[in-house]
Design a binder for this molecule. Structure first.
Ligand SMILES: [Cu+2]
Length: 350
């Protein structure tokens, strides 16, 4: 009986090996098909973003490496599945209990451990401090004196080093196509390094917009805490850096009025090159320099249009439950003037 069992196991292992190879090849082509269909999706789908928010079609070397590890793991695990399932089914059938046979079955024990380690050392990276707030992301560029929100602007084909933390509760920074969902924890710094992909169609909106989403439940507006990675050509990135801290133009009467009304906002917001920048201390609201260049407002809650800004300024909680910006009781005229002041921009992408 034991001899028969050995031969049978050998036969089914040959079966398992070919099943493993066949399944591996099938998986490879399934993944290639999925990646190809993501890559071929219309350039701009919803809200001016580049393709869906997916980890399957990685753009950075780092995210491709992760997908590669998943693929290898899936192929190996599928092979193990067949190597176990085929002998198991055969054994259950072949050695099922027969009447009058009390021989105990033989015991088999196996164990496989696989580990992948890699280290990446990078130089001359663009450094960005990423800070999660309830419910928006702040991006500080210490080398350029820039503090901004929602949009993580980056040059193409360039190493990037993110230091990620939180100003309050725990959040998680996640742009799926860049790879590496990373916790943002108060009092702690996590690091994320990758090299940006090439710009695809920089002429369309001044950059490629890749969606991100806070990936750790952080309160009532967690689902409205989005961010985007914006990949520029190197020149496009320089243009964005140069324009970012230029103060808003004040030319029309409405803009002048808006500039004055902005005094109601300076406890929580800064615009570079205006007196608000001289008020010391960390502000609880996003830096509003060059706000007019942003694609969306309030962490991706709505597109940045006059109408949506008016809804926001009239009552932030209407767009974003629990928003930490209060209803300031602004009149329609104050709102229109603030819009004229804030939404004009020295650097327009949208
Ligand atoms: Cu969050």
């Amino acid at each position: 009986m034991m001899r028969k069992s050995g031969i049978a196991t050998l036969c089914s292992m040959r079966g398992a090996a070919s099943a493993m190879l066949g399944t591996g090849a099938w998986l490879m082509s399934a993944v290639a098909w999925a990646q190809k269909s993501f890559d071929e999706m219309p350039y701009k789908i919803d809200g001016g973003f580049n393709g869906p928010m997916t980890t399957i079609s990685g753009l950075t070397e780092w995210s491709k490496d992760i997908n590669h590890v998943y693929l290898i793991t899936t192929v190996i695990v599928t092979g193990i599945f067949f190597a176990v399932a085929i002998p198991l089914i055969y054994t259950l059938y072949r050695f099922r209990a027969k009447e009058g046979d009390d021989t105990p079955p033989s015991q088999v024990h196996g164990n496989v451990v696989l580990e992948f380690l890699w280290t990446v050392i990078r130089q001359d990276a663009v450094k960005v401090h990423v800070i999660g707030h309830q419910w928006w992301w702040e991006f500080q560029y210490p080398d350029y004196g820039i503090k901004t929100a929602f949009e993580l602007h980056l040059p193409e084909n360039t190493p990037v080093e993110l230091t990620i933390t939180s100003a309050d509760v725990s959040h998680a920074f996640w742009i799926p196509r860049f790879g590496g969902k990373t916790s943002a924890i108060n009092g702690n710094i996590n690091r994320l390094a990758f090299t940006t992909p090439a710009a695809v169609q920089p002429e369309v909106a001044g950059g490629d917009y890749y969606q991100g989403q806070c990936a750790e439940l952080c309160g009532s507006s967690h689902a409205l805490m989005r961010h985007v990675g914006v990949v520029h050509t190197k020149e496009g990135f320089e243009r964005w850096v140069k324009a970012y801290n230029m103060p808003p133009k004040v030319e029309t009467a409405s803009q002048r009025e808006g500039e004055q009304n902005f005094a109601k906002c300076v406890a929580c917001h800064v615009i570079s090159g205006t007196p608000s920048a001289d008020i010391p201390g960390d502000k609880i609201g996003p830096n509003l320099s060059n706000f007019g260049s942003r694609s969306h407002l309030a962490a991706g809650t709505r597109k940045n249009t006059d109408d949506n800004l008016a809804i926001w300024l009239r009552n932030p909680a209407e767009l974003k439950p629990g928003a930490l910006m209060p209803n300031l009781g602004l009149t329609d005229q104050e709102i229109a003037s603030l819009s004229a002041y804030l939404r004009q921009s020295t650097y327009k992408t949208f």
